[in-house]
Design a protein around this ligand. Structure first.
Ligand SMILES: NC(=O)c1ccc[n+]([C@@H]2O[C@H](COP(=O)([O-])OP(=O)(O)OC[C@H]3O[C@@H](n4cnc5c(N)ncnc54)[C@H](OP(=O)(O)O)[C@@H]3O)[C@@H](O)[C@H]2O)c1
Length: 306
């Protein structure tokens, strides 16, 4: 099976490369800038179809949530128009598409976990462009799986776990928001899920295309997530910091984050099964890799000796 992935340096794309590495029967191709640019929609079809993919995974996106408030047109061009072009190209070469979306399509005011039947109502520019992207993708290719996820972390890219470990090297106390809730999700777990979904949706009898939620197993606040990170770091001799709980009002940001991003993943579980590790385990793995990488950066001789 050939899987074509848009994006290469992103957290999800890099975890997909790791997962695919362990599966020799998977041929995985990554399209990325500068050769592949979602702003150059006229060349998207050629670039995708020349690989004759069995599945297209749309993981590239404009993800600068705060900057998007000032660059909504650019974010729309990438997240909506660009994503739609990828879906149309996939349709042209008869491939289903798995497109990654976000909890930011919701306003975060629900009391309880969001399910796929809840009506989206994004409050941020990023969320609006991602919701438009979902609609463009669905309109362009009926064989779509839109996977909404949240609070991604991994050893790659920029994410909360990395930020906490960096801060802990510089400070003894960190204020972390305790009135926003969500499901921290390992990008490695979503990569595993994407491969599992890909294998099922290429079957001719598969007919459950649509929107799904996929997120980590536990709902918590950012402050509690920070505590999990430092517990795991402490257990491995890594940097630690004491966490002071603060309100959103004490940590203002350009884009107003949803207060509640909890995701109900029962639809995904029923159709695809959901085999995700306990949060502690995924955090431990990421923390351990991040600590190792920072030692390698400090001591290049150690990296060379491996
Ligand atoms: N991070 C989260 O917490 C989170 C939560 C919910 C949903 N999501 C969604 O999950 C997906 C993957 O997120 P991620 O965290 O892996 O993203 P990421 O680390 O920010 O990576 C984004 C990728 O998109 C590529 N990209 C950006 N603009 C592009 C363009 N014009 N043309 C081609 N490629 C472009 C980037 O390429 P360059 O390296 O060239 O910049 C990068 O490889 C996205 O759809 C995101 O919206 C993320």
């Amino acid at each position: 099976m050939r899987i074509l992935v848009t994006g290469h340096s992103g957290q999800v794309a890099r975890c997909l490369a790791q997962v695919a590495n362990d599966q020799p029967n998977l041929d995985i191709v990554f399209l990325h800038r500068p050769d592949f640019d979602l702003l150059e929609t006229s060349s998207v079809e050629d670039q995708i179809c020349r690989y004759s993919p069995d599945i297209v995974v749309s993981a590239a996106a404009y993800t600068a949530v705060d900057l998007a408030e000032d660059e909504e047109d650019l974010a729309f061009a990438i997240n909506a128009v660009g994503a739609g072009a990828v879906a149309a190209a996939a349709k042209k070469c008869d491939a289903p598409i798995i497109h990654i979306s976000t909890d930011y399509v919701f306003d975060g005011t629900k009391d309880g976990a969001y399910s796929e039947t809840d009506v989206p109502s994004p409050k941020t520019a990023y969320g609006r462009t991602k919701l438009a992207g979902e609609r463009f993708v669905a309109g362009a290719n009926p064989e779509h799986i839109i996977l909404r996820t949240a609070w991604l972390f991994s050893v790659f890219g920029q994410n909360f776990v990395k930020t906490m470990l960096r801060i802990a090297k510089e400070k003894n106390i960190v204020g972390v928001v305790s009135d926003q809730f969500g499901n921290p999700t390992s990008a490695y777990e979503i990569a595993k899920a994407i491969i599992a979904v890909a294998k099922l949706i290429v079957e001719p009898e598969f007919d459950s295309f649509g929107v799904y939620h996929f997120a980590g197993p536990e709902t918590m606040s950012w402050a509690d997530f920070a505590k999990v990170v430092f517990e795991q770091s402490a257990a491995q001799g890594g940097p630690i910091c004491s966490v002071t709980e603060i309100d959103t009002s004490q940590f203002p940001s350009r884009a107003v984050r949803p207060k509640n991003a909890a995701m109900d993943c029962s639809k995904f579980e029923a159709v695809f099964g959901r085999d995700v590790a306990h949060l502690d385990i995924d955090v431990r793995l990421s923390v351990s890799e991040i600590i190792k990488n920072s030692h390698r950066r400090k001591n290049p001789a150690m990296a060379l000796s491996r």
